[in-house]
Ligand binder design. Structure first.
Ligand code: NDP
Length: 322
């Protein structure tokens, strides 16, 4: 089968097209013939070596496809089932062997591409807005990178809950998309001081929660726009990691909360995974969650996909197609 492999950490050029044997379904695994694989910022971290994997490895943590083989201990799936998964390495390939208890069935009304686009970023938007800081109607949330893959979904969910959403983006084109997704106000944080503007927009009160996936360039200022006892939810670092900081700042800035969540712990059990994937799929099937699949590439163009993502050229979701 065709696969993309990383043999040494580095830039997008280390994503190499190779031939590998089709994996076998052992024990409680199923082999999935991948139709679409999601490209996510976490794939960049693995490629760069910021997150560690044993070399060589096939990157990618999200895909949708058809079950073509099941191991002897698999009871919940059969050949021909339409399935999707995330947080299992190896989706930049034509086939992947996945523990069957990490696979969810794709319901009718949801396509392979939609499923591949929704697993990681959709479930992330869901846990951030429903569990990490359960947003309530009438509250105000600031969402950074609001036209990104996760950002556009988070804006829609926050808006759906009835919260006021302030989004930040880098360009006018991205601002338009964030507004269409439900952002009430959008700040071009590359041109305007987002902290001053957020204070102005909230009449000096500040926001209830900041959802920050940008990290290095936004984190510290984000602490300055939270209401007393507000929540800083740092869930990524697309501009780089946040440097260490003195916890006393949390007290000085209003007894703030900071958390650094990751999807793994919000889909840890089979029940969590089914609940969250089910919630996201039903929002898609009912038309309540719109996926913007803006960039599709053949598998062999994974390098270009990474270049585009890192250069801030993308909006919404990137997929690799087989
Ligand atoms: P996005 O589609 O959001 O792409 C990244 C966006 O970040 C860019 O489009 C850009 O938007 C913004 N950005 C700001 N500064 C930079 C910079 N210096 N370089 C590149 N981009 C920058 O990606 P994802 O939705 O895949 O992921 C976003 C972040 O969320 C990542 O850090 C990812 O790891 C994290 N994440 C974390 C999860 C978790 O569970 N903890 C799960 C999912 C994602 P703009 O041009 O508008 O500034």
């Amino acid at each position: 089968m065709k696969a993309i492999q990383v043999k040494r950490a580095g830039g997008p050029e280390v994503l190499e097209l190779v031939e590998l044997p089709v994996p076998e379904a052992k024990g409680a695994e199923a082999v999935v013939k991948i139709v679409a694989a999601g490209v996510n910022f976490i794939d960049v971290y693995y490629r760069e070596g910021r997150y560690k994997a044993v070399m060589p490895f096939v990157p990618g943590q999200e895909a949708a496809g058809e079950v073509v083989a099941v191991g002897p201990n698999v009871t919940n799936l059969k050949v021909g089932d339409r399935v999707a998964y995330t947080m299992v390495l190896g989706s930049y390939a034509e086939y992947c062997a996945v523990a069957a208890d990490r696979l969810v069935k794709i319901p009718e009304g949801v396509s392979y591409q939609q499923a591949a686009a929704a697993m990681l970023q959709g479930m992330t938007a869901h846990y951030l807005s429903h569990d990490t800081y359960p947003l309530k109607k009438g509250e105000t949330a600031l969402v950074h990178a609001a036209s990104g893959g996760t950002g556009l979904l988070l804006v829609q969910m926050a808006h759906g809950i009835g919260a006021r959403v302030i989004g930040t983006v880098s360009t006018e084109e991205k601002a338009k998309l964030a507004r269409e997704a439900g952002a009430d106000d959008v700040i071009l944080y590359t041109q305007t001081d987002f902290a001053a503007e957020t204070r102005r927009l909230t009449g000096g009160r500040g926001v209830d929660v900041v959802y920050d996936s940008v990290g290095k360039t936004t984190f510290e200022k984000g602490l300055d726009i939270l209401r007393p006892r507000g929540y800083m939810v740092l869930f990524g670092g697309s501009s780089g990691p946040v440097p260490p900081f003195d916890l006393i700042q949390l007290s000085q800035k209003g007894s703030l909360y900071v958390t650094r969540p990751t999807l793994t712990h919000y889909v840890a059990t089979r029940e969590d995974l089914e609940m969250r994937a089910g919630a996201v799929f039903s929002m898609i099937a009912m038309g309540k969650l719109k996926l913007r699949i803006a960039h599709t590439y053949p598998l062999e163009d994974a390098t270009q996909a990474h270049r585009d993502l890192e250069a801030r050229r993308t909006t919404g979701k990137l997929l690799l197609l087989n």
